[in-house]
Design a protein around this ligand. Structure first.
Ligand code: 8YV
Length: 322
């Protein structure tokens, strides 16, 4: 008898096919991921052994408390897990897994795309072309800022932060970072550590955020931090919107204190703050940093691998805690 799974997030077709082949799966239908209430209802009706979801499902203590006892494992197809109440999951004995590693490179590629696009005004140029162009642009007009050789500050030097640093070295950038802890020197690859986030900022032409959301990082990029960056700096955020005070960021972008920003994540999603859409110096994307075909398949497969391992009694591959 195959194990029973509720697949609550809209996944690539290869992932759905595998889920159906290997499990007795109830799969989300329609245009949106299941809500917590729908997941609970499906898990009860299906007597599910496992649930698979993504960062769109707030797995709160209340939701965890309502899952039927049959559910032994919850796998999020994301590396971030700020949507999960880990303490409540632990207390309930629910094993929870995520999908680290497989999305590192594509997320770092995306961060670098946003960095280049924001600095070199990709959004602005695309808009001009779609409107027909048909006028001469002066040599001094619509200029971006140079990337090569500049200084990049990275907040959060985990796997993705380090992969961004690797790309930056290809652009001869000087790399600095702040993390809770200093990395072993072989992982630093020449990046300069700052024990204080604020002390790093006056050196930065670019700041890229790669730290998890949580109380320690909530609004860490606030008015004070933005004021410490070099004038005309560029901010990139493909981590979590909670890291940024969006009012302060909108002020800094509107006043020209920041040259530009590349934003993939927002405090509220998908109903993000539309004031960003009115700014010409931001490039925006809908929380899709890991969104390549290869990576989204790999994330889905990794989540399924975790579920299969737990239900086979082998223990999770990527447990959120041990
Ligand atoms: C999203 C992510 O899951 O892995 C994470 O933590 O934020 C991303 O991979 C994905 O973009 C869907 O929103």
């Amino acid at each position: 008898m195959p194990s029973r799974l509720v697949l609550a997030a809209l996944m690539p077709s290869d992932v759905v096919t595998r889920a159906r082949e290997e499990f007795d799966a109830v799969v989300v239908e329609g245009k949106d991921d299941m809500t917590a209430a729908q997941v609970i209802e499906a898990a009860v009706a299906h007597r599910a052994d496992a649930i698979m979801f993504s960062n769109t499902l707030p797995l709160t203590a209340d939701a965890i408390g309502q899952l039927p006892p049959s559910v032994r494992v919850g796998a999020t197809s994301s590396v971030g897990y700020d949507h999960i109440d880990v303490a409540a999951a632990k207390a309930r004995g629910l094993i929870v897994t995520n999908t680290p590693d497989v999305l590192t490179e594509c997320t770092a590629d995306f961060a670098f795309m946003m960095l280049l696009a924001a600095a070199r005004r990709a959004y602005h140029y695309d808009k001009i072309m779609r409107a027909g162009w048909r006028y001469r642009i002066g040599q001094g007009e619509l200029l971006g800022v140079r990337v090569t050789g500049k200084t990049l500050g990275i907040l959060g030097m985990g796997r993705i932060g380090r992969a961004v640093a690797q790309r930056a070295r290809g652009f001869n950038m000087t790399v600095m970072y702040h993390s809770r802890n200093r990395l072993p020197v072989q992982l630093e690859q020449g990046a300069r550590y700052f024990a204080s986030f604020l002390d790093m900022l006056p050196h930065c032409d670019f700041l890229s955020l790669h730290a998890p959301a949580g109380s320690a990082t909530d609004k860490i990029v606030n008015a004070e931090a933005l004021a410490k960056l070099k004038p005309g700096a560029v901010l990139v955020n493909v981590s979590r919107g909670g890291l940024v005070d969006e009012d302060a960021l909108i002020d800094a972008l509107s006043s020209g204190r920041l040259f530009a920003a590349g934003l993939d994540v927002f405090r509220s999603e998908p109903d993000y703050d539309m004031r960003f859409a009115a700014l010409d110096n931001v490039i925006l994307s809908p929380h899709i940093g890991s969104g390549s075909i290869e990576t989204r398949n790999a994330m889905g497969f990794r989540a399924l691998d975790n579920i299969a391992a737990v239900l086979a009694g082998k223990g999770p591959i990527d447990p959120l805690w041990t």
